[in-house]
Design a protein around this ligand. Structure first.
Ligand SMILES: O=C(CO)[C@@H](O)[C@H](O)COP(=O)(O)O
Length: 249
């Protein structure tokens, strides 16, 4: 059976002037996780914030009592140097560190004949490094990246090098409020078929009109920014997203 529904509002659409309160309110309205979008202006054409802001908002939400429990800070690292920030985000209160496959392979490509610098690492090495810091690891793919790049990573018999979650982007990363890309659903379907128990996250354009498509494909971790933070009744939207996923389990 597919894993349970997890609803993770993206705080990118929250009021940044009152972020701590927005985080605690959203958890109170029924969210499981908070999806924390970290953008560096290099990997994506937009910037948000770094570890100091995560440190400030963490006390507004109780730490999860178990892995993937309520209050998980799901940090989506849209950054060019994913290894560099693992320790800072661990210290700030991140629970799940989700890096982009594309960022990890471009740092591997920069490998020199002298060997790896501290920032050069393959996806599997980075996953192990994240696990070694006591964090859960996620791996994300952009819309143009084929899903089969994940198979070798997910099929690895060494569990320390295997991610705890795969994120299939359903918009080009960088901005909230974009249109959901239904043509990403074959990636989700392929992952669900091959890995029935994997946490599969979808992110971008999710809401009342698109959730059925994502849930039918097999996604169980649902990120929604504008649909939740722009709603008159966020609790209702969170409930609706959860029910759509649960109905298909
Ligand atoms: O990572 C991103 C954008 O890069 C997302 O997390 C968005 O913030 C989701 O926003 P909506 O599409 O739900 O408004």
């Amino acid at each position: 059976m597919a894993p349970p529904a997890i609803i993770a509002p993206s705080i990118l659409s929250a009021d940044f002037g009152a972020l701590g309160k927005a985080c605690s309110d959203t958890i109170g309205q029924g969210a499981d996780w908070l999806h924390v979008d970290i953008m560096d202006g290099h990997f994506v054409p937009n910037m948000t914030f770094g570890a100091p802001v995560v440190t400030m908002i963490r006390p507004h939400v109780d730490r999860p009592k178990e892995a993937f429990g309520k209050g998980t800070f799901d940090c989506h690292m849209m950054i060019a140097e994913p290894k560099k920030w693992v320790k800072d985000f661990k210290k700030a209160g991140c629970d799940l560190y989700c890096f982009h496959y594309e960022a990890a392979i471009s740092s591997t490509a920069a490998e020199t004949p002298e060997g790896h610098s501290d920032q050069e690492t393959s996806p599997k090495e980075l996953i192990k490094y994240i696990h070694d810091q006591g964090l859960r690891a996620g791996i994300a793919i952009k819309p143009k990246t084929p899903v089969d790049v994940l198979y070798e990573i997910l099929d690895n018999p060494n569990k320390e090098e295997v991610p705890d979650m795969a994120l299939v982007m359903t918009v080009e990363p960088g901005f909230g409020g974009q249109k959901f890309m239904p043509d990403m659903m074959p990636k989700v379907e392929a992952l669900r078929k091959r890995y029935p128990e994997l946490n599969i996250e979808v992110d971008g354009g999710l809401g009342e009109k698109t959730i059925d498509t994502a849930a039918d494909a097999g996604a169980n971790v649902i990120v929604a920014g504008s649909a939740v933070f722009g709603a008159k009744d966020p609790s209702h939207v969170i409930k609706l997203l959860r029910e759509a996923v649960e109905k298909r389990r």
